[in-house]
Design a protein around this ligand. Sequence first.
Ligand code: SAM
Length: 218
Amino acid sequence: MTCCRHCQEAGEFFNDEKARTELRQYRKDGPPNKSTRLLIDGLRTLDLSSATLLDVGGGVGMIQHELMAEGVSEATLVEASPAYLEVAENETRRRGRADRATFQHGDFVDLAPELPEADLVTLDRVICCYPHMNELVQASTAKATRWYGVTYPRTRWFLRWAKPVTDLYCWWKDMDFRIYLHEGVDRAIQSAGFRRFYHVKTFLWHVALYERPETVTA
Ligand SMILES: C[S@@+](CC[C@H](N)C(=O)[O-])C[C@H]1O[C@@H](n2cnc3c(N)ncnc32)[C@H](O)[C@@H]1O
């Protein structure tokens, strides 16, 4: 499989073993991360019946699996890691929803021009895996016709201090993948014409939902 540089990096870090472990945990106990659970809680307050979903960097497909059970009609999952994409696709088939789901391998920013719009676009813990935050936010908000849901790390001082440690770990493991603590994520999303209506902070994460104002019903 030919692969862009970002996909190679993501594929090394988000490998087959990690994907299988995450799926096992998810099947046993549901989404393991508090931020993911909070994002899903917020999304469950929306009327998602017949809505379409585009999940960017969807991992093993937790958002998609949960929201298809809530009425989402069709989902597209885009993944840079081939291992995660394969696990997500197999799990979707196992759940009997393969006919309503599409899986695309690649860097979302490169693929975006060919991808369909969706009522809801989600990026759960993805912005921190990508070096070019503005490009990723611009390309993904452009695909969201109604709602946009994200989780991304807070820029707290101890996370800034931890960043060189994670960089060192990746370097030591001979991986080019890096984690990024981007400033200005909320500003970039609001500049794309979205209004935030749900925001929860955990110790490490922002969890936020946005909507396009013209879709707000009085
Ligand atoms: C920390 S994981 C989160 C997975 C999932 N969203 C979750 O919360 O369980 C980040 C995922 O985003 C993917 N990713 C990062 N940048 C991406 C991009 N530009 N296009 C597509 N996938 C991307 C990675 O391959 C990885 O699987």
